[in-house]
Design a protein around this ligand. Structure first.
Ligand code: AMP
Ligand code: ZN
Length: 473
């Protein structure tokens, strides 16, 4: 397995060298559970799942962490404004805790519908790791990189020589571009809150006592504290959307590496956005499309997964129902081919397996992997039973659900069609003979055989994926 990944830290593709051969540690910035996840957010977790499946396909176990942000994420990245959880609670007339529970469950349902593996995944909640976060602030305080203002404890980014190394161009961009009046007490525009004090004029639902005063943690802190708790001070892969490069991940690196003196995540990988016509999809813009919205429009969640795989994770994806319908048609054809033939499982084709492995090992090139899947289906040199075995292997990495969501996909896309293995034996033989005749371009015999099949009460339609049989009413 010679995996190459685009490491944002280096701004180029490089060889992936795991810290340990025994397992890979991965941290994925998780959802802020004040609202449903939109389909853009979900792209980040389908990508995380693609990485996981790739390693597991190669029999390398992963330790995977997806955090649940249920406190401290303010409406701006500049440590100003309302806490998203408290805002969500007010919007719905519930407690922050109730909101968090509700949207966390909705998130888990989305992951399941997208066939994202969660077995063994750790989902730590920020509100349940306050002690770890306080301990991290204490360490940073001892290192002399914190200072106090009237509204919180801040990290002094000027004390870090390599601050902003994840995105040097933009880090300086913030310094120049940010409106300083946002917080006059901050010493530098890039400084960020580790702990925010509760305001005297507000009653917060979520607040904790600390040596510095009552309040709540800054958003970046939870990811440093929880990733290091579950994966160690240095781990393999950290992912998130591209929006996290400039501030969130930059600050996670600063906190963690200052606290430990060691490298934090060795590889940072970032997913490009799913956009709508007039810009980015976001929870706060209320222009967001959920997985449930797609279902209402007749798009199956796995068709969305298929659509995501048609683009490279570093390319932006323009959301459109046309594109999703096209993806759904492709998935339906794949399902039809697979379920009609899967009773003849043979041995998987080594050459095709090597090729898909190579495409995915090249920075997870899923579009090429999907194209290869169709090439395989159309390849007349590979016996059908071996195609089925090979497709099964492909799907353990692509996660389109042919095995894991078999019943659901079959019912949805293939139920009208009759599986070849459930047909009477003599019809199966007629179909096989007709396929042979067609292969030999003996159209006359093929027509005669079609006539015989029709007389026995079955219609036969030829598709690129093979014959599709329906009972004549
Ligand atoms: P959030 O719940 O807003 O903290 O975001 C969860 C994940 O979704 C993060 O990794 C974000 O970077 C990512 N994300 C946010 N918006 C989009 C989008 N429109 N397309 C793709 N990823 C996104
Ligand atoms: Zn994070």
């Amino acid at each position: 397995m010679n995996l190459k990944v685009f490491n944002t830290l280096k701004r180029e593709k490089e060889d992936f060298v795991p810290l340990s051969k025994r397992s890979i540690g991965m941290y994925h910035c998780g959802p802020t559970v004040y609202h449903y996840a939109h389909i853009g957010n979900l792209r980040a977790y389908v990508f995380a799942d693609t990485i996981r499946r790739f390693f597991e396909y190669h029999n390398i176990p992963v330790t995977q962490v997806i955090n649940i942000t249920d406190v401290g994420h303010l409406v701006t990245d500049a440590d100003e404004g309302e806490d998203k959880m408290e805002k969500g609670a007010r919007r719905e007339g519930k407690s922050a805790h109730e909101i968090a529970q509700f949207y966390e469950k909705a998130f888990m349902d989305d992951l399941a519908a997208l066939n994202i593996r969660t077995h063994g995944t750790i989902f730590p909640r920020a509100s349940e790791h306050i002690n770890e976060q306080i301990a991290l602030i204490k360490t940073l305080e001892q290192k002399g990189v914190t200072y106090r203002t009237s509204d919180g404890i801040y990290f002094d980014t000027s004390k870090i020589a390599d601050y902003g190394k994840l995105d040097p161009h933009n880090a300086s961009g913030i310094k120049e571009g940010m409106r300083v009046e946002q917080n006059k007490e901050k010493k530098h525009a890039t400084d960020f809150a580790l702990w925010k004090f509760s305001r005297a004029d507000e009653q917060r639902e979520q607040e904790w006592d600390t040596p510095w005063g009552k309040g709540f943690p800054g958003w970046h802190l939870e990811c440093s504290a929880m990733s290091m708790k579950y994966l160690g001070e240095t781990f393999d892969i950290h992912t998130g959307g591209v929006d996290h490069i400039q501030i969130h991940h930059t600050n996670e690196i600063a906190q963690s590496e200052t606290a430990t003196g060691k490298p934090f995540s060795r590889y940072f990988m970032h997913v490009a956005f799913v956009n709508v016509e007039d810009g980015k999809m976001s929870k706060s813009e209320d222009n967001f499309v959920r997985l449930a919205t797609l279902s209402e429009k007749g798009i199956h969640p796995l068709a969305y997964r298929y659509a995501l795989l048609t683009a490279h994770y570093r390319s932006q994806l323009l959301f459109s129902y046309d594109a999703l319908h096209a993806a759904q048609n492709a998935l339906a054809s794949l399902a039809a081919y697979y379920f009609q033939n899967k009773f003849t499982t043979g041995i998987s084709d080594k050459e095709y397996l090597e090729k898909i492995g190579a495409f995915l090992a090249d920075d997870f090139n899923t579009p090429k992997a999907l194209a290869l899947l169709w090439k395989l289906i159309k390849d007349s040199t590979v016996p059908p039973e071996n195609k089925i075995a090979t497709i099964q292997q492909f799907d353990t990495i692509l996660g389109l659900g042919l095995t894991e969501h078999a019943e659901e996909l079959e019912q949805r896309f293939v139920s009208k069609l009759i599986r070849l293995d459930s047909l009477p034996q003599n019809i199966q033989e007629l179909i096989a003979d007709r396929e042979k005749a067609r292969k030999n371009k003996d159209w006359k015999t093929a027509d005669v055989l079609r006539q015989q099949i029709t007389e026995q009460g079955f219609s036969i339609k030829d598709s690129e994926q093979g014959p599709q049989i329906e009972k004549i009413p």
